[in-house]
Ligand binder design. Structure first.
Ligand code: NDP
Length: 340
């Protein structure tokens, strides 16, 4: 069998590093893109602790420029497109997220098509599925649902993920139906961090471990373990299913407090500052008067949607790691990395 080479965009990212490991453990060669090759040694060192990195290569390319993408695609058999900015705070200018997400995705797609790459998996998000809908909705969200980007309270990141996935699907449908394309749509990604470049999901849990919050805001998220997200990217790449698959990556829904309780129970004194009670909603509303970041979460406060991931479980044969395992795994890695 010829060894296949897969391009992983944004290989310095939390999820992308796990994807690269998953691929290399399954016999693929990986080429990872970086905005700057200065990060290459650091990424290689992280990955080499987890798997045999023979053949690992890097290429320099930024989502905001054409330079580097054609060269990065040479000799590539498949692309996992993960690179996209994922900040904790709302940017002053939404274009800071929209341009790399939407224009960057189209740039990656065009370069892949020009190089006749047969398969591409885009990392989208539950942010592209379940936001901007009426609070009264009780029907579970499935792979058929789309975020309503112009609804009140939908932030720039959520819009960037929705518009990037839409742009990719429209572009392929209209210009290149031969490319096998699918998306993986993760909820909040938990699970072990591999190095000190921790990204936004790691920073969220880090704040709880450091005792920044005395109690958990009543917010619920679709949650998933990063090891499952990585596996799903590989399975989507290998799948015999028709092009166009949209795979929800979520083990289920969890309130923040349901993520924190197993952390506290399993990590004991190492997690002594982790709150396991809920903050009354009116306190968050008061806080939001002064804090723009808190204002962003108000539309989601106290709202717990239902999701139905049955189609994804069947199509990819997934059994998901539960939050009781993935939240403590992320917390333990933050402690091991001396980041608490
Ligand atoms: P990270 O912040 O860890 O990784 C983001 C990656 O994108 C980094 O490699 C970063 O490079 C790269 N990137 C950002 N801007 C650019 C740019 N202009 N050009 C090239 N590369 C760029 O985030 P995650 O690993 O958490 O996220 C990866 C993907 O998964 C994203 O698409 C995100 O939207 C999606 N996702 C994440 C979820 C989560 O909970 N973590 C949930 C759902 C979806 P650099 O190292 O140079 O900054």
């Amino acid at each position: 069998m010829t060894v296949k080479t897969i391009l992983v965009t944004g290989i310095s990212g939390f999820i992308a590093k796990h994807c690269a490991i998953e691929l290399m453990r399954h016999g693929y060669v990986v080429r990872g893109t970086l905005r700057s090759l200065k990060k290459a040694d650091e990424v290689r060192a992280t990955l080499a602790k987890q798997c045999d990195c023979a053949g690992l290569e890097f290429a320099e390319a930024d989502l905001l420029a054409d330079r580097g993408w054609d060269a990065a695609m040479q000799g590539i058999d498949g692309v996992l497109h993960l690179a996209s900015p994922f900040p904790l705070a709302e940017p002053k200018d939404p274009d800071e997220l929209l341009r790399p997400a939407v224009d960057g995705t189209l740039r990656v797609l065009k370069a892949a098509i020009a190089a006749k790459v047969p398969r591409l998996v885009q990392t989208s998000s539950m942010a592209a599925v379940a936001y901007g809908h009426p609070r009264s909705r009780t029907a579970p969200f499935t792979e058929d649902d789309w975020t309503v980007t112009d609804a009140p309270g939908v932030g720039a990141y959520t819009r960037s993920k929705t518009l990037a996935e839409r742009a990719a699907r429209d572009f392929i449908a209209s210009t290149h139906p031969a490319l096998h394309f699918s998306t993986v749509n993760p909820g909040l990604v938990l699970g072990p961090l591999l190095d000190r470049d921790i990204g936004t999901s790691g920073e969220t849990l880090q704040m709880f471990l450091r005792g920044k919050y005395p109690a958990c805001p009543k917010l619920a998220f679709a949650v998933v373990d990063v090891r499952d997200v990585a596996k799903m990217h590989r399975l989507a790449l290998e799948s015999d299913a028709p092009s166009g698959g949209r795979y929800i990556a979520a083990s289920g829904m969890a309130w923040f407090v349901e993520m924190m309780r197993p952390v506290k129970t399993q990590l004991g004194s190492k997690a002594r500052k982790v709150p396991t009670v809920e903050l009354p909603n009116f306190v968050v509303h008061l806080f939001a008067l002064f804090d723009p970041a808190s204002r962003l979460v108000l539309p989601e406060l106290g709202r717990r949607i239902e999701i139905d991931n049955r189609r994804t479980r069947v199509a990819l044969g997934m059994t998901f790691i539960p939050v009781e395992e993935s939240a403590p795994a992320m917390a333990q890695s933050l402690i091991d990395l001396d980041l608490v």
